[in-house]
Design a protein around this ligand. Sequence first.
Ligand SMILES: Cc1cc2nc3c(=O)[nH]c(=O)nc-3n(C[C@H](O)[C@H](O)[C@H](O)COP(=O)(O)OP(=O)(O)OC[C@H]3O[C@@H](n4cnc5c(N)ncnc54)[C@H](O)[C@@H]3O)c2cc1C
Length: 424
Amino acid sequence: MAGRIQSVAVIGDGPAGSTLAALLAKRGIRVGLFSRGRPKLPLIGESTVPALIPILRELGVEDEVASYSVFKPGATFTVHPGERLVIDFDEVRGRAPGYAYNVLRDRFDATLLDVCAKNGTQIFETTARLKRVPGNDVRGEGSRVRLTRATLAETDGFFATPPDFIVDASGRSRMIPRILGLPERTGNRRDTALFAHCRGVPIDNEGHVHTDRLERGWSWRIPLVDRVSIGVVIDPTALQALGDHADEQFDAICQSDPQLAKTAGCAERITPVLKFTNYQLTVRRGIGPGWALVGDCLGFIDPVFSSGVFLAMDGAKRLAEALLEGSSSALERYDRRQRRHIEAWHQAVGYFYDGRFFAMLRLRNQPHDNWIGRLVSPHAATHLPRVFTGESTARFYERNLLAAMMKYGLGSLEDPNWARWQIA
Ligand SMILES: Cc1cc2nc3c(=O)[nH]c(=O)nc-3n(C[C@H](O)[C@H](O)[C@H](O)COP(=O)(O)OP(=O)(O)OC[C@H]3O[C@@H](n4cnc5c(N)ncnc54)[C@H](O)[C@@H]3O)c2cc1C
C-alpha cells in the first residue's frame, strides 16, 4: 500500500462504524462517517458479553452506557420446563470483567456516535453510495470501489478529493460485497427471528439474558430498564400456519408453545414485531485495494450467545490498529484474525444447536466417580464458559479444550445421548 492513510470514509453508524471512526479520529486521521438514519423501531442486538467491557472503557463510555442499561451478571438457559442451567460471569471470569450490560440499542448507538463526533469525526447524515471502479481485475476482491460524485458532493468539500480508504460498516446492507459480488458462506440454519418489546414478562434471574428451548426453536428474554426484549428463533415453516404477518405469528406462538406461554403468554407487547431472516452469512474476504469490511458487513453468525455487537466493536478496534499501521500485511492480519474469530463463534454456536452445549453445562454439576473427572471438571467448569462470554472464544487453548471436551468428555453423562437437547 502506498504511503500512510490520512483520510477514511466510514459507511454506517452502527457499533462497528462508530467505534472505528472514534478510534481513528482520536489518532488524527481525517474521518467522515455516513449515517442514513434509522426508523423509529427497536433495534436488534441488546444483550452484550463481558468481553465488550474493556472496549467500552477504552472509548470512555462505560458509565454512560451503565446509566441506561441493565447490569447483566450472567446467562440462564431453560433446557425444558423444570430444568435451568446458569452461567455466572463472575465465577468463570479470567481477565475480562464478570458482567456485561443489556442495552437499548438506539441509546447505545447514539452514545458511540457522540464519541465519534467528540473525537473529531465529521458525520454526514445521508446515504452513502458506491461504484465499482472499472478495471481488468475479474475477481471481485481485487477490485476497487469509490464514493459516487453525488455522495462526495454531499460532504461539502470535506472529501474534496476521494478518501484514501473506504470502510464498509453498513451492517447487513453489505454494500461492497454486493457491488463486487464477493463470495459468501451461509450457515446451515435457515431460521426466522421475530422480535418485539413487551411488559409483564417474568425474569427468573435478575439481569440475566434468558435463553429458552422451545418445542421448535428457541427464544430469548433480555431484561431492559422498563421492558423485556423477546425474540423467537424458529424454522419459518413452523410460522406459516400462524398467520400472514409477523405480529400475528409472534402473538400466536407466544400462546401456543408451552414454554413461551409461561414467559410471554400474558405479556403486553408494546412495539410492532420485527422479522429477520437468513442472517447467518460471512463474506469470504474482508479486505481489498483501498477498502475493508467490518462488523455484520463482514459476517454475522447467530443471535444465540449475543456475540454480534462484540464482534463488530472488537473488529473495528483491530481494523483501526491495522489502518494506523497502514501496511498491506497489517490489513491481511486483520482479515485473517477476524475470519478466525467469526469461525470460532460459529463452532461455539454449533454446540448450542446440536445439544452438546447443554450437555456440557450439565456435566459441570455432575458428581465424578473417577479421578480424571474430578481433576478435569473444576478446570473445565471455569475455562469452558469463557468461550461463550467472548473472553476466550478465539483463544487456542480454550477453543481446543472445548472441542476435546465435546468429543470425549460427554460420555460420563447419565444419558450419553446429548442429541435429545438439540434445537429443533
Ligand atoms: C435476530 C438477531 C438478534 C440479535 N441479537 C443480538 C444480541 O442480543 N446481542 C448482540 O451483540 N448482537 C445481536 N445481534 C447482532 C447485532 O445486531 C449486530 O451484530 C450488530 O448490530 C452489528 O453492528 P454493525 O455496526 O456491524 O451493523 P449495524 O448495527 O447494522 O449498523 C449498520 C448501520 O449502517 C447504516 N447504513 C447502511 N447502509 C448505509 C449507507 N449506504 N449509508 C449510510 N449508512 C448506512 C444502517 O442504517 C445502520 O445504522 C442480533 C442479530 C439478529 C439478526
